[in-house]
Design a protein around this ligand. Structure first.
Ligand code: PRP
Length: 231
């Protein structure tokens, strides 16, 4: 039997309201977040199965749904309400510039967004010269050079192994994440300027915050409690 379109839509909405959907960035951060959630009594055993090709996981009892997405897509899912909550690095939040509420700093994955390059490039950053800047984060790089340093630069977008760029002559400097600094050191580069510290944040969809305020604020409060216990 076919439902009239309106009725079907309403059913979907009621079904969605039953769940709080959490988008996690694939990789180490997802694992750390799941460990933290477990401390608050939220588990999702299905997600621990390394062999699974499933993309979405449900804990019916708690009315929670989890999915793993590409890091840069997490703010998109949250802005559009496909996920009520997301956990992602502040680098991605800044770069994507999506309309989401940032509600908690988890302090996980702490690192810095930096300008890096060979030590000889330091002078170029002082002289307001037009230089080339390679980055996986063109928006952050542009904002830093244009709005903070007032230096006109050419930004070159790369998708990874950004440290290569100054070595092979693609750019004078890079804007990238520095955690331990070992990738820079191994390639004869160093931090020339620090842009900002970074860490994982909890983000929330604006409408979800209104419609499911109680459940979402409890979850965030519990996460905060778990973090305080770990100090
Ligand atoms: C990140 C970042 C640096 C490196 C920094 O790269 O872009 O390359 O980690 O870490 P470190 O300071 O501890 O050496 P990622 O591992 O995500 O790979 P990618 O460069 O291919 O994006």
């Amino acid at each position: 039997m076919k439902f009239p379109i309106r009725q079907t839509r309403m059913e979907v909405r009621t079904e969605d309201m039953k769940y709080i959907t959490i988008a996690l960035a694939k990789g180490r951060l997802a694992k750390q977040t799941l460990a933290l959630l477990e401390q608050t009594g939220i588990t999702c055993d299905e997600m621990k199965d390394k062999e699974t090709r499933k993309l979405i996981f449900v804990n019916e009892e708690l009315g929670l749904r989890f999915f793993l997405s590409k890091t840069s897509d997490v703010p998109t899912y949250v802005e559009y309400g496909a996920a009520d909550i997301g956990v992602v690095g502040s680098d991605t939040i800044m770069e994507e510039g999506r309309k989401v509420l940032e509600v908690l700093d988890l302090g996980l994955g702490q690192c810095d967004m930096c300008v890096a390059g060979p030590v000889s490039a330091k002078e170029l950053l002082k002289k307001n010269q037009v230089i080339r800047v390679a980055s996986k984060y063109p928006k952050i790089a542009k904002d830093y050079f244009y709005n903070k340093k007032h230096q006109t630069v050419e930004i070159i977008k790369l998708n990874g192994s950004v440290e290569l760029a100054p070595i092979v002559g693609l750019s004078e400097v890079i804007v990238d994440i520095v955690e331990t600094g070992s990738t820079l050191r191994a390639n004869g580069l160093e931090v020339l300027e620090k842009i900002c510290p970074l860490s994982a944040r909890v983000i929330v969809n604006e409408a979800s915050m209104k419609l499911q305020r109680e459940r979402i604020t409890k979850l965030v409060r519990d996460l905060k409690g778990a973090l305080e216990q770990n100090v």
